[in-house]
Design a protein. Structure first.
Length: 303
């Protein structure tokens, strides 16, 4: 069963609604992790971006007015560590690809990600950001208004990732003849299972040998059970995010990312998030698995 009554085929959103608000939620965690003298992340634009979206609960979270000390995933420290593990994984992925000579990055579902503005990209780097048109336009305008300058050549592509985004990317200047580094961070559950396969098919078709891809992987093809979605929803609602995960995520059996990519010519390395926590010296919150399944971050290279 892959239908979702909360979603429709061509549904669209801004950063304050539906799937778009989840981008603001994770940006609020990056803003938190970038605060203070012992900050674990350095994403100074996350704070003004979240404020510009204007969703009150997220502003109160970054202002320290809302904390959930008793919640193993929502308390301030847990949010910071969760986002630090995730952000550093994808940062290191892009930095490593650039060091190895890749000069095109494609950030799929870029949301309020500011890597195009904060990573130290080499000269000649082109960073594509792909997300819904309203999301792309809001971020571009807000950051321009803040006087922020990209640290690479940023090309923003507003398109639905269920549509013909490869054509939009090519029109934006993407060079299929050169290797690229792709990321799909925090995206897959918001795509229907077939659209997830299509996304990887498109990425593979657009990738010259040596291209790389970073994304998330849960070994269980039925990871998003009703119980898990309920846990996520309860947490979102406690945090003031008044939406139902079951209305945003697509349930039903989906391809296992590692198997799918391996079967399509990618050499895949999966990193259990539990191990990444340990590498950072953080204690792994078991509740993360209860809510999201056995999460891994994967980095793959096209053979
Ligand atoms: C949880 S946010 C993650 C944003 C960003 N990757 C990050 O980690 O901060 C999910 C993002 O996926 C985007 N997204 C989901 N489905 C999409 C679709 N069909 N087309 C374009 N963007 C989509 C949303 O607009 C949103 O920005």
């Amino acid at each position: 069963m892959t239908a979702n009554p909360g979603r429709t085929e061509g549904d669209s959103w801004d950063l304050a609604s539906s799937v778009g608000a989840t981008a603001t939620m994770v940006a609020a965690s990056r803003a938190l992790a970038s605060q203070g003298p012992d900050a674990l992340l350095d994403d100074p634009l996350a704070d003004p971006l979240v404020r510009a979206v204007g969703l009150d609960p997220f502003i109160r979270i970054i202002d320290g007015e809302l904390d959930f000390d008793d919640d193993p995933l929502l308390n301030r420290r847990a949010r910071i560590e969760q986002m630090t593990v995730r952000t550093r994984f994808f940062d290191d992925f892009f930095t490593g690809a650039a060091q190895d000579g890749v000069r095109q990055a494609v950030i799929l579902a870029s949301g309020l990600d500011t890597r195009a503005y904060r990573l130290r990209w080499p000269a000649g780097m082109v960073v594509y950001e792909v997300d819904q048109p309203q999301v792309i336009a809001f971020k571009t305008d807000t950051l321009a208004g803040l006087g922020a300058a990209p640290t690479a050549e940023r090309r923003a592509i507003g398109v639905d990732l269920r549509d013909d985004w490869p054509e939009a990317l090519r029109r934006g200047g993407f060079d299929v003849g050169r290797p690229a580094a792709w990321s799909a961070e925090g995206l897959l559950p918001y795509l229907p299972p077939q659209a997830q396969d299509r996304l990887f098919d498109h990425i593979t078709a657009l990738s010259a040998p040596g291209s790389r891809l970073a994304t998330e992987h849960v070994p269980d093809p039925n990871a998003f059970t009703n119980e898990r979605l309920q846990r996520i929803t309860e947490r979102w609602q406690r945090a003031g995010f008044d939406l139902d995960a079951a209305d945003l995520f697509y349930q039903g059996q989906r391809s296992v990312v590692v198997d799918y990519l391996s079967g399509h010519g990618w050499q895949v390395a999966a990193h259990a998030v539990r191990d990444l926590y340990a590498q950072h010296g953080f204690e792994f919150p078991e509740e993360l698995t209860a809510a999201f399944g056995d999460l891994n971050y994967v980095a793959a290279t096209l053979k």
